[in-house]
Write a protein of this length. Structure first.
Length: 172
């Protein structure tokens, strides 16, 4: 299917920060340049909102990261890291991201989900049934095949990692 992009399209970008962070760290031992990801996700269209779903920790070491996102025009929604009695940790924003995308859908022509998480397939399918174009941007090597198949367009950040990463180690 050919995806049509034009400058009047209203776009919402919803970033599963943990998913991208861990993919970049595990695949490339690097950090994500979220500004570059959002710029290419918007692709010259009208950005209505860009929201990064982030986790806060007790140490507060992520404060500078949140400020950097804000400087790039990316709104942050925070949730505390949950630590269970046995020591297990949970940091999940999937439902919050999905609910926000559904709530904003009437004001958007296109939703860009920045995540490779296959749990978003039902969200993609729902948004498409109400006429919203759905795109995903993530690292192909860590993206669900079902998610790739479901979306109208998949942007593989792995095709140009230097553009989307910071501190990429040089290969010898």
């Amino acid at each position: 299917m050919t995806v049509i992009k034009h400058k009047e399209q209203r776009v919402g970008v919803f970033i599963d920060t943990q998913n991208l962070y861990h993919s970049a760290r595990n695949l490339y031992q690097a950090r994500v340049n979220f500004g570059a990801v959002v710029k290419d996700a918007v692709a010259g269209r009208k950005l209505v909102r860009a929201v990064a779903y982030v986790i806060t920790t007790e140490s507060g070491e992520e404060k500078n990261f949140f400020e950097a996102l804000a400087k790039q025009g990316i709104e942050t929604k925070t949730k505390d890291l949950q630590i269970f009695a046995g020591g297990a940790k949970k940091a999940d924003w999937d439902v919050g991201l999905a609910v926000d995308a559904i709530k904003m859908a009437p004001r958007l022509d296109c939703v860009v989900i920045v995540s490779g998480d296959g749990d978003f397939v039902p969200l993609v399918e729902y948004l498409q049934t109400i006429g919203v174009q759905v795109e995903v941007a993530s690292f192909g090597k860590s993206t669900s095949g079902k998610l790739r198949e479901a979306v109208d367009e998949f942007v593989d950040l792995s095709e140009n990692p230097r553009k989307y990463l910071m501190s990429v180690p040089r290969r010898s």
